[in-house]
Design a binder for this molecule. Structure first.
Ligand SMILES: Cc1cc2nc3c(=O)[nH]c(=O)nc-3n(C[C@H](O)[C@H](O)[C@H](O)COP(=O)(O)OP(=O)(O)OC[C@H]3O[C@@H](n4cnc5c(N)ncnc54)[C@H](O)[C@@H]3O)c2cc1C
Length: 458
């Protein structure tokens, strides 16, 4: 099979690369290879009501058309400051243009019109309040699709591309074919070979291990990224309304006084629910919110970033180890009331019941997070909760629920040129979360548009 361009992975990065190529070079032969199902066939059994993750051979949550973004909350954070490092490769104005362009494409395929957090007067007021509590509020306007709308938008993109390119599902890219420092194609796990002038690798975090091995074989350089470890906080929605009513999602950054570590809020879900996720057989916690279905609670993650220095080189294993410890003690996710944590005792089902908050993740085991989270991260999280309490009084209530562990693994960062071409291998481009250069939907999408333009210009 011979193509002008072959794309590996149908997450936002791969999809947006395909959309841009079909616009600029409609006559080209493009193939998109995705190891998971088409969007309408995707199922995550955990979300269908399974009590425990059945560890499917191909994770329905992360694999398939739409990638990790398919069942996501669909929050498009419209700023270069959040969700990736694209501004390490190009001028900030360029990233802004790419984000704006990608956002318009989401709109074209059916995204909701409303954007939260655009009123600068309100932002400045909140920024001041946050600064008084030693918190940095990052300006980050958000378009919120909601999980249901997100699926519709992705289905529209699939239908559109289906008529313009070749899409191969349920097949994985296996070995890259590199000759004299130039990529020529790849073999697939169904035994076939794909030849292409250009290859775009966009395998997400799901394909990061494959990518690392494949790149090691081809002597392509990679650098370790940080790992973020923390908890998901759940509290009554009115407590956070001073922020969520005005900004929907607020990105707050704090440097803990004791250790100076950076702690940040992440993935805020007003009236949302806490959910269990699975990473390589380890249960971790996350959160999302629906556009139409609401709860009485708001949740968000508090994450402490750890970047290790020599000789330690295994940030992902470090995060996995901490999450496994929570699984070992609780048989899955642990939940603890903030007051119980401060009192040095575990939470029990009775204590959780006699709270003013009803947990939205019912399968979490009441327990003691201080037996799991290292002192360094735990101290930083407690200090951040007190700082947040100054902006939204009630955050540091004894009833506030903390779920553990939330952990964000970032793929090792591929050594790339400013065009996101893989260093040392001509015509091979690596983008999105799998390349370690993005961490969110909009920047992943923007990275796809960017390389598509580069390839078409060549
Ligand atoms: C539950 C959840 C909620 C999220 N919510 C948000 C949110 O609200 N806002 C936000 O900005 N971000 C969110 N994110 C993050 C966001 O989904 C990712 O940043 C984004 O999807 C990354 O895009 P990507 O294209 O780089 O990779 P992915 O979306 O991970 O897609 C990669 C695709 O490549 C495929 N693949 C991997 N290896 C191979 C191979 N060898 N051969 C063929 N195919 C392969 C995978 O099956 C997958 O479909 C969320 C993530 C999760 C898990």
């Amino acid at each position: 099979m011979n193509y002008n361009v072959a794309i590996i992975g149908a997450g936002p990065a791969g999809i947006f690369a395909a959309l841009e190529i079909t616009k600029l070079k409609p006559e080209w032969n493009v193939v998109l290879i995705e190891k998971g199902e088409r969007i309408e066939k995707r199922v995550c059994l955990l979300r269908e009501g399974y009590e425990k993750c059945p560890n499917c051979k191909k994770c329905g949550l992360l694999c398939g058309w739409g990638g990790a973004g398919a069942f996501s909350d669909g929050k498009l954070t419209l700023t270069p400051d959040v969700g990736g490092h694209l501004d390490d490769y190009m001028a900030r104005e360029k990233v802004e243009e790419l984000i704006d362009y990608s956002d318009k494409l989401y709109l074209k395929f059916g995204a909701t019109e409303e954007v939260f957090g655009t009123d600068m007067k309100i932002f400045r007021e909140l920024e001041r309040e946050a600064a008084l509590a030693e918190l940095k509020l990052v300006h980050s306007p958000v378009r919120h699709l909601g999980t249901e709308r997100s699926l519709d938008v992705l289905k529209n993109m699939q239908d559109y591309l289906n008529e313009r390119i070749t899409i191969i599902n349920n097949v994985s890219a296996q070995n890259l074919i590199v000759e004299n420092g130039e990529v020529k194609g790849m073999t697939l796990d169904n035994g076939e070979t794909v030849r292409a002038e250009y290859i775009i690798i966009a395998p997400g975090r799901e394909g990061a291990d494959w990518l690392t091995k494949e790149f090691a074989k081809n002597k392509i350089g990679m650098v370790n990224n940080a790992v973020d470890v923390g908890v998901r906080v759940e509290l009554p929605a009115p407590v956070f309304e001073p922020l969520t009513d005005k900004l929907y999602e607020s990105k707050l950054i704090y440097h803990s006084p004791t250790f100076g570590d950076e702690v940040r809020t992440f993935c805020m879900n007003p009236n949302g629910e806490v959910v269990q996720e699975n990473y390589n057989g380890i249960a971790t916690v996350n959160g999302h919110s629906y556009a139409e279905k609401t709860t009485n609670n708001t949740n968000f993650a508090l994450l402490v970033s750890e970047k290790f220095t020599e000789p330690f080189k295994e940030p992902i294993q470090y995060g996995q180890h901490i999450a496994s410890l929570a699984n070992m003690l609780g048989g899955g996710i642990l939940v603890q009331r903030f007051g119980d944590l401060l009192d040095g005792r575990r939470s029990t089902p009775e204590r959780i019941k006699s709270s003013i908050i009803t947990p939205t993740l019912t399968c979490a085991t009441p327990g003691d997070l201080s037996l799991v989270i290292p002192y360094r991260q735990m101290t930083s999280i407690i200090e951040m909760l007190y700082a947040l309490d100054k902006v939204c009084p009630g955050t540091a209530s004894r009833y506030t629920l903390l779920y553990g562990i939330e952990v964000k693994f970032y793929s090792a960062r591929v050594k790339l040129t400013d065009e996101l071409e893989t260093e040392g291998v001509k015509n091979l481009f690596t983008i999105g979360d799998g390349a370690g250069v993005t961490r969110g939907l909009i920047q992943a999408s923007a990275s796809g548009v960017y390389v598509a333009r580069t390839i078409c210009a060549r």
